[in-house]
Design a protein around this ligand. Structure first.
Ligand code: ASP
Ligand code: MG
Length: 450
């Protein structure tokens, strides 16, 4: 069972999580994984950056706030001694970074790792169990600090060796999400949102019956209920569908979080931490329904870039240059579309990355005449219709386009991967919510599947 940051945000919630775990432990063996208290990872990152810039006053602002939140919870949960020791550790580390005036990826991970270490100790206190770090449990990664990749076979083997005897003794184990260590024993982190990934790694290693991702949502939905009034909770979806949905920000999930579960065919249940009456959404290997469409998502704050110009036609390597230019400035391309005439390539990027993307493309392509124009439309949204039942189904696109045209919505660009798991449409940002409602309606997603 993995609990997200908002579920362990204070002592009272941590106690409630402990109660939920205890109730399950009457019938099952449980390993608990926790994120840092809500907001703490962001604060630690800010603290690390400020320290790296030589800012001494962070000690009195950010660090003091982090200290206060954890001390308050520790007093209530009776874990003051251990929490104080960790906070002192963090303080010393930050003072060292301030003194050197330089922050390396490795020291940033050391700072940020305190969030999960603190919340694991608090949760273990509430549960009267033992807290373990990702390193102690056996997760080993490469040295790509901040986005470290677990060495899969070694990690799975070590986790199993560590956890199985503890479970046999009925220990209540609380593991820090997000944290691991390199082969040299240096603390690393596995990427933002990585606690879900930790949970699936542990679940795969011990061949769990289910992996529960518990947070403040009841599960995955057919659409955002704030936009679509008859949006429904999905009872069951496939790994492929949920990964597709995750990419579109249905729940900001670590991109590889479900891989270990999918590979080892271990069902994942996305559910609420506290609304335990609701069974949530079960993510499994197969789709139990014949429904074509499962979920319609909206991606806001994106821009459409159109790289146009006849110089591109029939000239191999243009696409490579476009993507190389973007990769060089760390721009993540969220959607791509090109027609067979090759007269243009359309790309969708996050608004925050647009200035970088634009400068790179103009610099690399216009200057060398590889393209004639770079056109940008900042006022767009991406609508993604997801469902594995679309594969091979005839007429899905016609129904989508029909629904949009009936609502007078113009489509700026379209993309569908050959996996046919989703259709993505770029529309004007004002049309986004209406486009989602129109498709949701057309496919009857508000009614329970038969
Ligand atoms: N605390 C980490 C983050 O905020 C990991 C997680 O919450 O999954 O990204
Ligand atoms: Mg999180």
């Amino acid at each position: 069972m993995k609990f997200g940051g908002s579920s362990v945000a204070d002592a009272e919630r941590i106690r409630r999580c402990a109660g939920v775990v205890r109730a399950q432990q009457e019938q099952h063996d449980v390993v608990t994984v926790v994120s840092a208290m809500g907001g703490v990872t962001d604060m630690l990152l800010e603290l690390a950056d400020a320290a790296g810039a030589g800012n001494r006053s962070v000690k009195y602002t950010l660090f003091a706030e982090i200290r206060k939140r954890h001390e308050t919870a520790a007093i209530e949960l009776g874990a003051s001694e251990k929490i104080d020791a960790l906070l002192t550790n963090l303080e010393t580390l930050v003072a060292g970074i301030v003194a050197v005036g330089e922050l390396t990826p490795r020291s940033r991970d050391a700072v940020v790792s305190h969030g999960e270490q603190l919340s694991a100790i608090l949760t273990a206190a509430a549960l009267e169990g033992v807290a373990m770090t990702g390193q102690e449990v056996g997760i080993v990664t490469d040295e790509n600090y901040g986005e470290a990749e677990p060495l899969m076979n070694l990690s799975l083997y070590q986790i199993r060796e560590t956890l199985e005897p503890l479970l046999a003794r009925k220990e209540r184990i609380v593991v820090t999400g997000f944290l691991a260590a390199t082969q040299h024993g240096v603390t690393s982190t596995i990427g933002r949102g990585g606690s879900d990934y930790t949970a699936t790694l542990l679940g795969a290693a011990i061949k769990a019956d289910e992996i529960w991702i518990c947070s403040d949502v009841d599960g995955l939905m057919t659409a955002d209920p704030r936009n679509v009034s008859n949006a429904r909770l999905l009872d069951q979806i496939t790994f492929a569908e949920s990964i597709e949905m995750g990419q579109f920000g249905a729940k900001s999930m670590h991109p590889r979080a479900l891989e270990p579960a999918a590979e080892h065919k271990i069902p994942v249940r996305v559910r609420s931490s506290f609304n335990t009456d609701c069974a949530g959404t079960l993510v499994t290997d197969f789709a139990p329904t014949s429904q074509t469409m499962r979920s319609v998502l909206l991606l806001k704050n994106v821009s459409l870039i159109n790289v146009a110009g006849a110089a591109m036609v029939g000239r191999p390597g243009t696409a490579a240059r476009v993507f190389a230019a973007l990769a060089e400035v760390d721009v993540n391309v969220q959607m791509i579309s090109q027609t067979v005439s090759e007269a243009g390539i359309s790309l969708v990027v996050a608004d925050s990355q647009l200035p970088r993307a634009r400068a790179a493309l103009e610099g690399q392509l216009l200057r060398t005449n590889a393209a004639k124009r770079i056109e940008v439309n900042e006022d767009v949204a991406v609508v993604a219709a997801v469902g594995s039942g679309m594969r091979g189904a005839v007429g899905v696109a016609a129904r989508i386009f029909g629904a949009l045209s009936a609502n007078n919505i113009n489509i700026d660009a379209i993309a569908q991967g050959s996996s046919e798991l989703s259709v993505c449409l770029v529309v004007g940002s004002d049309d986004g919510p209406g486009a989602v409602r129109a498709i949701h309606d057309e496919f009857g997603l508000g009614q329970s599947p038969t």
